[in-house]
Design a binder for this molecule. Structure first.
Ligand SMILES: C[S@@+](CC[C@H](N)C(=O)[O-])C[C@H]1O[C@@H](n2cnc3c(N)ncnc32)[C@H](O)[C@@H]1O
Length: 190
């Protein structure tokens, strides 16, 4: 499994570099790749084969595919349809069962914290849960990579719609991948 994870991460970085050159150098786009090594080790720590995993804003799909390789039942929701195509192609190349849908990870009717103003980093669109045939409280582990001001919204989503015992993993650019359950940070023995 480790060699396949290495190959997946290497391919993920080359997709990201191409995306930066061809898309982000021209216009703002909120896809920035997470720290794959840090996410990989957090997923290994919390690995529970058969548990259901959701990646919010799954972009190229690397993290959901990683979760599938570790035995999670893995899904991703991404607003940008072109990125969903990229993620599905990557899943096929790695023979992964991870599933991706185009849509928003915000549930229908969700009122954003701080009002419904436009955000550059968390966009609007039809909610993706219907297509998945699952709601947020069907997931045991949820991963997000919030931009600076978006972490409170992700905690709010879990509080309102997630299962109280579900694990929320957030990629934090300063502090690595942090794990929360029921709104409290979970520390794991080193
Ligand atoms: C910071 S990137 C994270 C990418 C990927 N999860 C990773 O960690 O490498 C955020 C992603 O969320 C997507 N996105 C933004 N708003 C969204 C929404 N409401 N629903 C689903 N995806 C969204 C963006 O298009 C972008 O690909």
């Amino acid at each position: 499994m480790q060699a396949r994870l290495d190959a997946l991460c290497a391919e993920g970085w080359s997709i990201w570099e191409r995306f930066e050159r061809t898309v982000r150098d021209r216009d703002f786009h909120s896809f920035v790749a997470a720290d794959y090594d840090a996410v990989r080790s957090a997923l290994l720590t919390h690995r529970t084969p058969g548990a259901r995993f959701l990646e919010w804003g799954s972009a190229s799909g690397v993290i959901a595919i990683m979760a599938d390789m570790m035995g999670f039942e893995a899904y991703g929701i991404e607003l940008d349809a072109a990125l969903v195509t990229t993620a599905r192609a990557l899943a096929m190349r790695f023979d992964s069962r991870a599933q991706f849908v185009t849509g928003s990870f915000l549930p229908t009717g969700y009122k954003r914290l701080g009002g419904d103003g436009e955000s550059d980093t968390i966009g609007d669109g039809p909610s993706g849960y219907l297509q998945l045939g699952r709601s947020l409280d069907d997931f045991d582990v949820v991963f997000g990579y919030p931009w600076d001001d978006d972490a409170p919204l992700m905690h709010d989503l879990m509080r309102q719609y997630g299962r109280p015992d579900a694990l929320l993993l957030l990629n934090d650019t300063e502090r690595g991948v942090r794990a929360f359950r029921g709104g409290r940070e979970v520390t794991t023995p080193q």
